[in-house]
Design a protein around this ligand. Structure first.
Ligand code: DAH
Length: 339
């Protein structure tokens, strides 16, 4: 019996197939039900008791080696066999998972789309700013309490270099570097030193708009922003302006849209008021014109700024701001249908 086992083992180890058919013959000869190895197990019954342990072990080793050999041969043959590729070229390809846009990008692009129809151009600005563009040119005097409205991340110890707290810094660049007419839209990241919660984050996104030309009026601003709101939230959307304060605009206002969830009747999203605040706006303050070298006697303009997270949350009914930054595929997958 031992010799039989050793003979089969040697044959298994030395076996060299020439093609795939021979590998199948190998399997049939040694491992199939009627093959030589199962036959050994059948004959094992007649082995004297004192030899069972040793012979049993030898048969098991043989079986294991034969299986390993078969797998190795299959692996090596599946790639090439005498120059032939053994893969099914008619099989459909593995689908490549195509990602989708982030909801914030979708809404940012939508905002850009609406304003470019009105002739606004996209303008970029740095995220690492100096005090001048983030504050001074925008009529935030040194030590003015309005600076406390925005919890700033300062980079340099002299507090001159900082992470921009709003995209209004881009209007400071635009106005000091370009000549009117200016009609620009500046989307981008902004940073504030705030505790992260469902409603606040240290990083978020804004879009800033600026329109400077001769004879630009408050009515132009109102009309532009009303058009935007209707395009963004639906034709039935109503808007209202409430007086507010921003150092760089005078007069300043905040714009509310009628709550699209309850249609203005009052619900828990609009806290029963029927209105949702979506942006800040106002006529460019003459001090900003003077600081940036534009003559306020010739030119006037309006500016507005909105948070992209806020617009997205209102549009899609998202209740927690942190979802935007977690990259949870279950959240992001829900936006695959959107452009
Ligand atoms: N920069 C303001 C903020 O971050 C938003 C803003 C308000 C921008 C009024 C404007 C504006 O251009 O006119 O809160």
């Amino acid at each position: 019996m031992i010799n039989r086992i050793k003979g089969i083992l040697a044959a298994v180890e030395n076996f060299q197939p020439k093609n795939i058919e021979e590998i199948e013959e190998f399997r049939l000869k040694y491992l199939s039900k009627k093959g030589l190895i199962p036959a050994l197990f059948d004959d094992f019954r007649d082995v004297p008791v004192d030899q069972k342990k040793q012979i049993g072990a030898e048969i098991n080793i043989l079986k294991q080696k034969a299986i390993e050999k078969l797998n190795e041969l299959k692996d090596s043959m599946s790639v090439t066999q005498e120059g032939k590729i053994d893969i099914d070229l008619t099989r459909p390809g593995d689908p490549i998972k195509i990602g989708s846009r982030h909801p914030l990008s979708i809404v940012r692009n939508e905002i850009i789309g609406i304003f470019t129809k009105l002739g606004f151009c996209v303008a970029d600005g740095p995220e690492i700013e100096d005090d001048k563009h983030n504050f001074s040119l925008l009529n935030f005097p040194q030590n003015h309490p309005a600076r406390d409205m925005q919890d700033t991340f300062f980079i340099s110890p002299d507090m001159n270099v900082l992470l921009r707290t709003h995209t209004s810094s881009v209007q400071a660049h635009e106005m000091s570097e370009l000549k009117p007419p200016i009609r620009s839209l500046s989307p981008g990241r902004v940073y504030r030193n705030e505790a992260i919660s469902a409603r606040a984050h240290c990083l978020f996104h804004q879009v800033e708009g600026l329109y400077v030309d001769k004879d630009v009026s408050f009515a132009d601003m109102k009309q532009t922003l009303d058009y935007f709101a209707k395009e963004m939230f639906g034709e039935k959307t109503k808007t209202r302006l409430r007086p507010s304060y921003f150092p760089f605009t005078e007069p300043s206002a905040e714009m509310d849209v009628s709550c699209s969830l309850c249609g203005g009747k009052g619900c828990n999203v609009c806290k029963g008021t029927g209105w949702l605040e979506i942006l800040g706006c106002g006529m460019v303050d003459p001090n900003v014109f003077i600081a940036t070298g534009i003559d306020p006697k010739i030119y006037s303009g309006f500016a507005f700024g909105m948070g992209i997270e806020r617009i997205t949350m209102l549009k899609y009914g998202i209740k927690d701001l942190r979802l935007f930054f977690e990259n949870d595929i279950r959240f992001l997958n829900q936006f695959t249908a959107a452009i």
